[in-house]
Design a protein around this ligand. Structure first.
Ligand code: HEC
Ligand code: HEC
Length: 309
């Protein structure tokens, strides 16, 4: 409304010009916007125009803006293309690491700082993704799931042996799987309750646990007849059958008398999945080297040395 259509009036209290609108005797003041506010407003408008020109901004019908469904802007910026480029970059970096790993012996890996760094990084992330659920994030293991940091091995701790275990698994349906099965002495009534208790006392005595001498002597005869074929006459175990060493203080299923009795009663059946076909060969190499380097790895010669857990 222009001033000449009505009398210009100033509010008596504030001195501000009124718009001429009145409601119930209340007059509307025509207070101007603050300067600073206006300048910010103009600046944001100018910024928006510059942004529309430079960056992808407006939806557009396909065909009008090339291949996309939006205006592309002069800078032709695309987050999607940036991510694709970053992924391709990482894959290229990793490809050279994996290529260098192929066919490398564990000695070569250990003596090549670059390869070693690559194995630690790639192995750690693959371990976290695939193995930590069962073996623990630090590979420390749980009851029934072996600790992979120590130098106690069921099936062997050389780089090649570890890789074979990871590829084919333990008690899986892969044709090359490690396989063995301890009988369920109690459940299948191969031994009576008291025989199982005595042989448990004998087995525990091998690692220094105390028990009744008569029970141990009785257990020893049962052991030689029923258990020595797998755990060996001296209890040192057999890696060909994944039979643990029973003379050390390291127990996969627990060292309490009740736990040992339970294992002899039911017979353990630990299953480790096979990873061949689920992980590519390069990732399996990296995992085998990673597990080896956790601290318990054995040089190839040691595989013929002392056996078992
Ligand atoms: C579903 C659970 C499970 C997952 C997942 C798993 N493991 Fe195992 N792993 C086992 C069990 C159980 C055993 C022990 C089997 C036995 O009693 O002989 C084992 C044994 C092993 C052994 C042999 C240890 C020895 O003393 O000889 C290695 C090496 C191993 N796992 C590495 C791995 C790696 C590497 C991964 C990831 C790619 C992995 N495991 C994922 C359950 C699992
Ligand atoms: C056919 C071979 C075989 C025979 C026979 C056998 N075992 Fe085992 N035993 C194994 C295997 C293999 C394992 C490990 C299985 C697993 O990890 O799932 C094992 C595990 C054990 C364990 C658990 C060790 C640990 O570290 O927790 C005990 C205890 C044991 N056996 C005692 C016996 C006793 C006692 C007998 C005789 C009464 C016996 N075994 C007979 C193969 C055998």
């Amino acid at each position: 409304m222009s001033d000449n259509e009505h009398d210009v009036e100033h509010d008596a209290h504030s001195g501000t010009q009124t718009t001429g609108h009145t409601w119930d005797g209340i007059k509307e003041l025509d207070t101007p916007l603050p300067r600073w506010w206006l300048w910010i407003f103009y600046a944001t408008c100018a910024w928006a125009v510059v942004y529309w020109v430079l960056m992808p901004a407006w939806p557009a019908l396909p065909g009008l803006a090339g291949e996309t469904d939006h205006t592309r802007g002069l800078r032709d910026h695309s987050e999607r293309a940036n991510v694709a480029a970053a992924v391709a970059d990482l894959q290229a970096q990793r490809a050279s690491g994996f290529a260098a790993l192929e066919g490398a012996s564990i000695e070569q890996i250990e003596n090549d700082p670059q390869l070693l760094g690559f194995v630690r990084a790639a192995g750690e992330s693959a371990f976290g993704d695939n193995c930590a659920t069962c073996h623990g994030a630090g590979a420390q293991g749980f009851v029934g799931y072996p600790n992979l940091n120590d130098d106690v091995w069921l099936w062997g701790g050389s780089y090649e042996e570890i890789r074979t275990t990871i590829r084919f698994g333990i008690r899986t349906d892969h044709p090359d799987t490690h396989f063995s099965q301890m009988p369920s002495f109690g459940r299948d009534e191969l031994l009576s309750r008291s025989e199982i208790a005595d042989v448990a006392d004998y087995v525990l005595s091998l690692s220094g646990h105390e028990a009744d001498a008569e029970a141990i002597a009785h257990g020893a005869t049962i052991y030689q007849a029923q258990c020595a074929s797998c755990h060996m006459a001296d209890g040192s175990g057999d890696r060909l059958q994944g039979a643990p060493n029973l003379t050390d203080r390291d127990w996969l299923y627990g060292s309490e008398r009740d736990q040992v009795i339970d294992i002899i009663h039911r017979g353990p059946y630990g299953v480790m999945p096979s990873w061949e076909g689920r992980l590519d060969a390069a990732t399996i190499d990296a995992l085998a080297a990673y597990v080896y380097l956790l601290g318990g790895g054995e040089s190839d010669g040691a595989a013929n040395g002392p056996t078992g857990r």
